[in-house]
Design a protein. Structure first.
Ligand SMILES: [Zn+2]
Length: 383
């Protein structure tokens, strides 16, 4: 079967346009306006929500509605995020044939301008070839890289679709169908300051307690679906002062809510035990600790025989390719959409070595991923 293909040169040049527009997190106004302009002729409705009060971005989430010509077809949401990590300003893309990198002084911003470029190209192709399709909603979120803020504060009443493909992972012909929950963890350990040389016995060393707590924690990969980490330790004032305060920051992730809770609890208990072991007669209240545990995002797990996945598998087969269905290790907008009842999976864009200055992308990978999405929309339009 002959499947449709996107226009490679147009995709490549649009990607280059997008990466040149600086859009570090919370500064997505220019790129949002640029995208809205592109869709003036292609879309039926261009709207924004009022999330900027909460996200503190200089713009809102951008929502674009494209009416279909097959009312029986399922309504689909396509999403990508507008922001990039730092350093992402004044990106100067370097093009070697079909490979695009930054000049080494910034990231490239393929995360997630490759996703945006793919969505734009796929809609252009659909319109140009006058291919029957269902209603399509596009969502371009702000501040994904700094805590999924755009997705968390999105006005969900503006979205009708209940199925979503988010474009936001590396690889080719890859679909991420599950992602973990994560807890953001802070432990505050309070000891007592004293002169370390003159009267150390009057002090309670918070750093020593923290070290003991960490040594009792199970960190790293706990099992195939659970990880934990203590990432930063801060505290202490000088070499001659017994440290009275130490703050530990870390995280736990798991594809299972029960395991997430169990691991987070065991980290907290390690701190509790270390504090109890250090109890002294000096001060009844010290040492003590406080734990701040915040659920950053909830896990999701879309069954392999759900429509979102079977359609993508079929589109891949028709292209003569195989779809890789994989679990993801991190949180993204898709976690939040799933929490809000929009079934979401993540599709690959071809971006590579993201969040580094060595970031790169092969245009041919982008094309293949765009063709996959295009043919998924064609299949939905045939329903
Ligand atoms: Zn991303």
């Amino acid at each position: 079967m002959k499947t449709l293909t996107v226009n490679k040169n147009r995709l490549k040049s649009e990607f280059l346009n997008l990466v040149k527009i600086s859009s570090e997190s919370k500064n997505e106004k220019r790129i949002a306006e640029y995208i809205a302009d592109i869709f003036r002729d292609l879309a039926d409705e261009i709207i924004v929500d009022d999330s900027s009060d909460k996200t503190k971005s200089n713009t809102n989430n951008l929502i674009i509605k494209i009416a279909g010509n097959n009312p029986r077809a399922k309504k689909i949401l396509l999403c990508s995020h507008l922001d990039t990590v730092v350093p992402g300003n004044n990106v100067k893309p370097v093009v070697y044939g079909d490979t695009i990198t930054s000049d080494g002084s910034t990231v490239l911003g393929g995360d997630c301008k490759s996703g945006i470029a793919i969505i734009i190209e796929v809609i252009r192709t659909l319109k140009e070839a006058e291919i029957p399709h269902g209603d399509i909603e596009l969502l371009f979120t702000v501040a994904e890289e700094v805590g999924l803020l755009g997705a968390k504060h999105l006005d969900y009443s503006l979205i009708d679709a209940k199925l979503c493909y988010a474009l936001d992972t590396s690889g080719v012909m890859t679909l991420v169908h599950k992602a973990p929950s994560a807890n953001d963890i802070t432990f505050k350990i309070f000891g007592k300051a004293a002169h370390a040389g003159l009267e150390p016995e009057k002090g309670v060393n918070a750093l020593k307690i923290a070290a003991q707590a960490i040594s009792m924690m199970q960190l790293g990969r706990i099992d195939h679906e659970t990880t934990t980490n203590i990432g930063t330790v801060s505290g202490g004032k000088a070499t001659n002062i017994v440290p009275d305060y130490v703050e530990l920051r870390g995280e736990a992730r798991s594809h299972s809510s029960e395991k997430l809770k169990a691991q987070t609890d065991s980290m907290r208990k390690a701190v509790e035990r270390a504090v109890a072991d250090a109890k002294s007669e000096i001060n009844a209240e010290l040492p003590r600790y406080e734990a701040e545990i915040e659920l950053e995002y909830e896990h999701f797990d879309i069954d392999e025989d759900e429509q979102l996945i079977t359609l993508a598998k079929r589109a891949a087969t028709e292209m003569g390719k195989e779809l890789n269905v994989l679990p993801g290790g991190g949180g993204s907008d898709a976690n939040i959409f799933n929490e809000h009842g929009i079934k979401s999976v993540i599709l690959s864009t071809g971006m590579d070595k993201v969040h580094t200055m060595e970031e790169r992308i092969d245009v041919n990978d982008m094309v293949e991923n765009a063709n996959l999405l295009l043919n998924v929309l064609v299949l939905i339009g045939k329903k």
